[in-house]
Design a protein around this ligand. Structure first.
Ligand code: GAR
Length: 198
């Protein structure tokens, strides 16, 4: 894998635990790729991702959507923060909010999402539960570029995870997330390569 010149600045958007955010930071810190996670933006004031940012010494910003009148106003602040940190690529790592087509257009080819299913199966909310209900034998996770249809953009990388007989939501999610932490840094790297080649 080749390093980026100039340094690649990445912004991460998260709403929850932030384990994928942490995996990105730790992976890029242990490889000499000249990739920097410059800012974490969260939309929930008490989410666990904030503590991880503190521990990892990554700047973070809380932009609670409830403090804004419209989705557009909220996203405008997000865009401002991302520009302030010269972010070139954005990763939605458990960002549990639909983004507008304006936001997607602003970052065309530069917005990456991770989803806990083998897309195009089980789009949208509760993907792990959907997979269990459908009684599939194999589920997994997908890293993809975001386009205007939910969980539908070009896939960058996927990992398959077998569904075991006695799996429940949390046991399957644990194994899916192990794979997410492995493939997200690779998927983001691939998206960045495409971008820099343009
Ligand atoms: C991840 O499993 C990710 O795939 C999922 O949220 C989780 C965030 O975990 N994303 C979606 O469901 C998006 N539709 P984390 O906060 O520990 O990284």
């Amino acid at each position: 894998m080749e390093a980026f010149t100039p340094r690649l600045e990445i912004g991460v958007m998260a709403s929850g635990k932030g384990t994928n955010f942490e995996a990105l930071v730790n992976t890029y810190r242990s490889y000499d790729l000249n990739i920097n996670i410059s800012i974490l933006i969260v939309n929930k004031a008490n989410c666990e991702a904030i503590n991880r940012a503190k521990q990892l010494s990554i700047p973070y910003l809380i932009l609670d959507h409830k403090d804004f009148d419209t989705r557009e106003d909220h996203e405008e602040e997000i865009i401002k923060a991302l520009s302030k940190y010269n972010v070139e690529l954005i990763v939605m790592a458990g960002w549990m909010r639909i983004v507008t087509s304006k936001f997607i257009d602003t970052y065309e080819g530069r917005l990456v999402n991770i989803h806990p299913s083998l897309l195009p199966s089980f789009k949208g909310m509760n993907a792990v539960e959907q997979a269990l209900k459908a009684k599939v034998y194999i589920s997994g996770c997908s890293v993809h570029l975001v386009n205007s249809r939910v969980d539908s953009g070009p896939i960058l990388i996927q990992a398959a995870v077998p569904v075991l007989d006695n799996d429940n939501n949390s046991s399957l999610l644990v194994r899916i997330q192990e794979q997410e932490h492995r493939i997200l840094p690779i998927g983001v790297y691939l998206a960045a390569k495409r971008l820099r080649l343009k």
